[in-house]
Design a protein around this ligand. Sequence first.
Ligand SMILES: Nc1ncnc2c1ncn2[C@@H]1O[C@H](COP(=O)(O)OP(=O)(O)OP(=O)(O)O)[C@@H](O)[C@H]1O
Length: 397
Amino acid sequence: MDTRAEEPDGLFALPEGARVSRRRRAAPRRSQPTDVYVPLPDPVLEPQRATAAAVPGPPLSGMEEVGTGLLDRLDMMQRVAASASPGPLLISAGPGTGKTHTLAHRLAYLVADLGTPARECVAVTRTPRAAAEFRGLLERLLGERAEGVTVAPLAELAGAEPWRHVFADDLHDYTAAEYEVLCGLDGEFVYVTGDADQALGEDGPGLLERFTEGHVDTRVVRLTRNYRSLETILAAASLLVSPVGVARSRLLQPCRRATTGQPAVQRYAAADPAEEQGVMEELIGKLGRLGVPAAAIGVLWLDAARPVAGATSLPLREAVGREFRVVVVPGVDASSVPMTTAGRRRLFVALSRARDLAYLTHTGPVSPLLAEIDTGLVRVYGHVPGGERQMQQPRLL
Ligand SMILES: Nc1ncnc2c1ncn2[C@@H]1O[C@H](COP(=O)(O)OP(=O)(O)OP(=O)(O)O)[C@@H](O)[C@H]1O
């Protein structure tokens, strides 16, 4: 990074509304005599995402006869997973590719199309919230028949009667001890999903491998189409994790392209924590006035979560498996997000929760990981030190 103090020059095109501020040296980062202050623009929202039916998918030629219509809205590989022949199944795929969606369809397919009694099925989740969401998916697919299926967090299931069909989502989020409990459920058929690159705990990355080693005839299905995030968010998230990606040959194809022209990933460099909080509150207020409900705005904390009015505020760890229209990640400083595998996975998980907009804010020097993302993918606002001026230059993607 060029750390020389320079005045803005002709190479640096200031966005509309930008001001040059001569700031006092407050923090180490402020060693530049001149910061460029670029206010965060008002959020511009993408039109609400397309319905499943409207998302163009690969042709399903040769697969029309699978099921009785229940699987019609799945893409080809999702259908392969949902209708796979009996036996252990691992859906190993990146964020937003529909692992949860497909697992629910598999369960519904077994019950509705293959006549499996609902009471023989148990869906294991990580949290009560995930259980409620999974049950909602099943109810939409199975109607009243969903009532017969047990859907519960792992902790509530230990020691219960064995089920014949065990469905477990997000295996990467388990600890080794929890995995043992899951194995203890002793289902005849086990179907799991996971993404080693999203593991926030130590044990997670190895558990997918452990599953395939423990079930030698496991069918592994990979899903590649991301239905959640705008293309630029997905590109930024993927760049972060690619150097340490466990799923090396992973392919993540975006289904959603931005239409508003607004950069989907925005970083705000605040002068101090009070400004960081103020900017976040102002942003959330604007989003609220645009009609975005608190449930669709996720403030994901890398450390202890603090309450935030108008948004869903939670520690990153609890955001695994969830999605939000807008994600805000405070504290993306070099000290909290170092250039480590764990740091990469944390930002990967955080960014990949976002559908339309992702905001990364910080007060001290920004995490060095962000230097790896093409500057055309992340626009920088706030107090931009002189050495980061090039970040403001428009880039062709
Ligand atoms: N075939 C599809 N067509 C349209 N939308 C889909 C399709 N499959 C999944 N989706 C949507 O994509 C989003 C992501 O799906 P889901 O949460 O199941 O992904 P996931 O792989 O479990 O993600 P994560 O790993 O982040 O938990 C959801 O909003 C879901 O409704």
